[in-house]
Design a binder for this molecule. Structure first.
Ligand SMILES: [Zn+2]
Length: 549
């Protein structure tokens, strides 16, 4: 058991030791600090294994811990991620497609090298059998001894270890496999407390506003939830490359508004998507597991038709109580392959999907959410069809650190340019409906979080929020309102462009969409509605920038 613990400590934590070694290189006490922390980690792992030392339990559980440590090591090396509860929630909510994207030879080699020898040792011979009472005694004694060693190591090296851990909080999420054990336990506790509480209703007083009285056409607003798009690579934000050529046209000719200063609520999908729809701001706990209903429930309660269309790994509970569909369930030739679709597949048959909604609700108004695959990594090259990849050559490996930086950037920028194309196609569809006088249409797009593309050696996303670099939190956002919708709400386009330049965040989404749909409820805070300061203007109608009526 101590040998397994020693192996896990030394070989199963190489990324940790590399990091600690580089952090303490100039301290003059590098060796004592490494040793002190090493003994502490060894003793903690030994204490855990001691408690698990039961016949028929030890070998499978130790096997799992060894494999987890090996897999964690790989992802830490490869993408510099750390394992905290929100990363674990991501793992627990992933789907086979996402896993397939991550599989690679380097992963298998790392698993074999880090886990192999330990597994051989664990399975070499069966552990000895002792009467149950004696086994309890042995396990407790072993755990106590290990904890005593941990306490001694901590006391001996307290100064160094404490300052190191305080200064570099990410280190505590790098201790394999304790990080995964802790994160799983935290999730389980959260799920346990969450399971007994039913969702608190939100906006029980929600009603349709004055604009619905004798309306000529119902409103149709599309809310596109983007994936892994970062503001820095967004052409409209002044990126050196034109990654958003179509949206630039919509901005120049059709009144599309770009929001260059938007901050995400989380650094991963699991946190950000529920937060975008939450009535709570991030400070109020919008980034935590939802305890209440969300924006879609309020819209539906007000009497509107709501549809969530997903092209990713699901809506994270947000759409559970409204009509929802997965794009891959109706595969579109040329756009879908092997259960995975390009985002444009969501536009196929969209009119039929709208027509299938409850007719009474549809006659009042429609909110359609489209959840993109966007720039989901690490297989960026899979996010756009070959014919729509202006930036070449592109990285086609999921081992991102092996790709030349410019090829990685090309693959990522191609995915952004495809999102530009997808949004432009969606806008074209909305403009048609407006021109035909069927709906007053509008679109809001915002990405769920950003992405690291090798800055400071970081890849992908999911770094704990407080430590995350700006690339993972600064996201693109745009809005477009048909002339009819502008008139309906009395929106002043020039005013909106001014507002758009100021800082905004996912905190604004709940209130802004309620504002766009003119839903009145006591939970809607006009101060957080991005459109409110520019809406309701008397005689604001003629400012329409859209010739589409
Ligand atoms: Zn995401």
């Amino acid at each position: 058991m101590w040998l397994v613990a020693l192996w896990l400590t030394v070989v199963g934590n190489l990324p940790l030791w590399q990091r600690v070694a580089s952090l303490t290189a100039d301290s003059g006490h590098q060796l004592p600090q490494l040793l002190g922390l090493g003994v502490l980690v060894l003793a903690l792992i030994a204490a855990l294994l001691s408690l698990l030392n039961w016949p028929r339990v030890f070998r499978p559980v130790a096997t799992l811990l060894v494999l987890v440590a090996a897999a964690n090591s790989y992802f830490m090396w490869q993408y510099r991620v750390v394992i905290d509860p929100s990363m674990m929630a991501n793992v627990a909510n992933t789907d086979p497609r996402e896993v397939r994207d991550l599989l690679s030879w380097p992963l298998l080699v790392t698993l074999a090298g880090v886990a192999g020898p330990a597994l051989w040792w664990i399975w070499r011979r069966a552990p000895g059998w002792h009467p149950p009472l004696r086994q309890v005694g042995r396990n407790l004694a072993g755990a106590l001894l290990a904890l005593a060693v941990a306490a001694a190591a901590l006391m001996a090296g307290y100064q160094g270890i404490a300052s190191l851990m305080r200064g570099h909080k990410e280190l505590r999420y790098m201790i394999n496999p304790l990080n995964s054990v802790y994160a799983s336990a935290a999730l389980a506790v959260n799920a346990g407390t969450h399971a007994v509480t039913t969702l608190e209703p939100v906006g029980t007083d929600a009603k349709l506003g004055a604009s619905y009285a004798a309306q000529a056409r119902p409103p149709l607003v599309v809310f596109v939830v983007g994936e892994t798009a970062r503001a820095q690579n967004w052409g409209l934000n002044g990126y050196a490359r034109q990654t958003t050529p179509s949206l630039a046209q919509w901005q120049a000719n059709d009144g599309l508004v770009n929001f260059p200063n938007v901050t995400s609520c989380g650094t991963n999908t699991q946190v950000s998507v529920p937060c975008i729809f939450s009535p709570l701001s991030r400070d109020e706990g919008g980034n935590e597991t939802p305890r209440s209903e969300n924006l879609l429930d309020v819209l539906q309660r007000a009497g509107l038709a709501v549809l969530w269309l997903d092209n990713q790994s699901g809506c994270k509970g947000v759409c559970d109580r409204v009509p929802h569909a997965q794009a891959s369930e109706q595969p579109v030739a040329g756009l879908c392959d092997g259960g995975e679709c390009l985002d444009e597949a969501m536009l196929s048959g969209l009119d039929a999907r709208i027509a299938a909604l409850d007719p009474e609700r549809r006659a009042r108004g429609v909110v359609l959410v489209m959840h993109q695959m966007g720039s989901h990594g690490p297989a960026y090259h899979k996010r756009a069809p070959e014919s729509k990849k202006p930036f070449q050559p592109e990285c086609r490996s999921v081992t991102l650190s092996e790709c030349p930086a410019d090829q990685l950037l090309n693959a990522y920028d191609n995915s952004i340019t495809y999102t530009d194309h997808f949004l432009s196609e969606t806008l074209g569809w909305l403009k048609q409906h407006a021109a035909a006088g069927r709906f007053d249409t509008g679109l809001v797009y915002v990405s769920d979080h950003g992405e690291s593309l090798g800055e400071n050696g970081l890849f992908l996303h999911g770094v704990p929020y407080a430590l995350a670099p700006v690339q993972q939190k600064h996201v693109p956002m745009v809005s477009w309102l048909s002339g009819g919708l502008q008139k309906r709400l009395g929106v002043d386009a020039g005013c909106l462009r001014e507002r758009a330049a100021k800082p905004a965040s996912h905190d604004n989404m709940f209130h802004s969409v309620l504002g766009l749909m003119d839903v009145t409820t006591s939970v809607r805070q006009p101060a957080l509605d991005l459109f409110a300061p520019c809406a309701g203007g008397a005689g604001a109608a003629p400012v329409s920038a859209s010739p589409a009526g």
